[in-house]
Design a protein around this ligand. Structure first.
Ligand SMILES: NC(=O)c1ccc[n+]([C@@H]2O[C@H](COP(=O)([O-])OP(=O)(O)OC[C@H]3O[C@@H](n4cnc5c(N)ncnc54)[C@H](O)[C@@H]3O)[C@@H](O)[C@H]2O)c1
Length: 419
């Protein structure tokens, strides 16, 4: 069904907020951004100018935006993790449909409450579990659902975080404190738990998890390292986590800063950020508590078993998955997978880049971002949540598993999931 563009108000104008702005610019017949709430003045102004948001609809906080009567079809919530629950509940109250960045909320109780509230008010709330829309995972699911590997028996899934990504997001950055944000297994891996649940198609019954924070701790701070990498660190030139190396010399992970394009102003602004924000701090002195290695085992209904690992200390990122069935297996790395048929010995190789190049390169997360936004817009247009591949009830399952894993990791017990 094709109609005019839906209108949306965006809360939070950083990485994710801009993604939706870019989508609106590229697809003006589908989405129009008509309001922005963003704390940082410069960011708000740049966002408003770039995406054509009327000046009167640019405000500093989500609260200010949601004090107004409803003036758009939908709200896109792209604020930090601790600012998902309240804005979403208020937006539902105002009658908006919602695109809610994951995770749903900071506690399981809030997650359940929100899902129930959205259902009772008949509002469309799409949680951004974008991997369900990536051609790679869609193909994996098709292979399982069409019986290509017989009955599904077991999965090994691995999420290599990459050591720099770990230091940026979970040691120095927004998720360094699991209580003020959300636990790593939810913040980073609700996608993976969602994919596992989706591939298996049955609920998880039992979980056990181990892991912890072993390296990014003050007792491992090298001799001669000050509080900030910019303060004359004796080991800066050999430290893999040097902020000067990551942000200033390599110019990576800069999306968190508001920077001028021209040099030398750009370089000077980066240095200033490193001197004044958490991104310049020594990784061994950050008051961080997120685990840097995490393993969990799960038993799903039907005795399907899963091992899942999240590892900080890798030189690569993405996902690696091995799926074992009674008549075949699949080995994949999120770009390619090989399916081997036990009876014939035949191998089928799937290459996401080659097979669905347009979708795959269309946006982030293996092409998943664009597919998800399109799906949600269609659901809002039709006022029919069943159009979406990510029903909110399904999204909740990954959160239930994540909170159970944390309970297990902290208690040392196997946690039975009761529904
Ligand atoms: N779906 C995915 O795959 C995916 C990927 C990355 C991030 N995320 C999630 O998306 C959310 C946003 O991520 P991000 O990387 O853009 O985060 P971010 O922290 O860079 O951006 C959040 C923005 O919200 C603004 N903000 C903070 N408090 C505010 C308030 N009271 N009112 C209005 N604006 C406020 C901040 O100034 C910032 O610009 C996070 O919850 C994150 O977990 C999801």
């Amino acid at each position: 069904m094709k109609q005019g563009a839906i209108t949306a108000v965006v809360l939070g104008a950083s990485g994710r907020g801009k993604l939706y702005g870019d989508y609106a610019l590229e697809h003006p017949d589908e989405l129009k951004i008509v309001g922005i709430a963003e704390l940082v003045d410069l960011r708000r102004q740049m966002y408003g100018d770039k995406y054509g948001v009327p000046v009167e609809n640019r405000v500093a906080t989500w609260q200010e935006m949601l004090e107004r009567p409803k003036f758009a079809d939908a709200v896109i919530i792209a604020t930090p993790d601790h600012l998902h629950y309240e804005p979403c509940m208020q937006a539902i109250d105002l009658g908006y449909d919602i695109l809610l960045e994951k995770p749903i909320a900071q506690t399981l109780e809030q997650c359940k409450k929100l899902v129930e509230y959205a259902r009772s008010k008949k509002k469309i709330v799409c949680l951004t579990h974008v991997l369900r829309y990536s051609p790679y995972f869609l193909k994996l699911k098709e292979m399982i659902d069409t019986g290509r590997i017989g009955d599904l028996v077991s999965i090994q899934h691995f999420e290599p975080v990459d050591h720099i990504h770990m230091s940026h997001s979970y040691v120095r950055g927004s998720w360094h404190d699991s209580v003020k944000s959300t636990p790593l297994v939810l913040a980073k891996s609700s996608h993976d738990l969602d994919i596992l649940y989706w591939l298996i198609g049955k609920p998880c019954r039992r979980v056990v998890a181990f892991g912890g924070l072993d390296h990014f701790r003050s007792e491992y701070a090298p001799k001669g390292s000050p509080l900030r990498c910019t303060d004359g660190c004796a080991v800066e030139s050999t430290c893999p986590f040097s902020a000067l190396k990551i942000y200033y010399r390599d110019r990576t992970w800069l999306y968190v800063f508001d920077l001028p394009e021209e040099e030398p102003a750009r370089g000077e602004a980066i240095l200033q950020y490193l001197k004044t924000t958490d991104y310049g701090r020594c990784v061994y002195r950050c008051e961080n508590d997120q685990p840097d290695h995490y393993v969990m085992s799960m038993e799903f209904e039907g005795n399907v078993t899963v091992n899942f690992s999240i590892e900080a200390f890798t030189s690569y990122s993405g996902r690696r998955t091995r799926i074992m069935g009674t008549r075949g297996d699949i080995v994949g790395d999120m770009e390619h997978f090989t399916l081997t048929d036990f009876a014939t010995g035949e191998k089928m190789v799937y290459d996401a880049n080659a097979e669905d190049a347009e979708n795959y390169k269309g946006a982030g997360h293996g092409g998943g971002d664009a597919g998800m936004i399109r799906d949600w817009i269609e659901a809002v247009r039709r006022q029919d949540a069943s159009v979406m591949s990510t029903p909110l009830d399904d999204s909740l399952e990954s959160h239930i598993i994540a909170f159970a894993a944390e309970q297990s990791r902290k208690s040392g017990q196997i946690v039975e999931i009761e529904r």
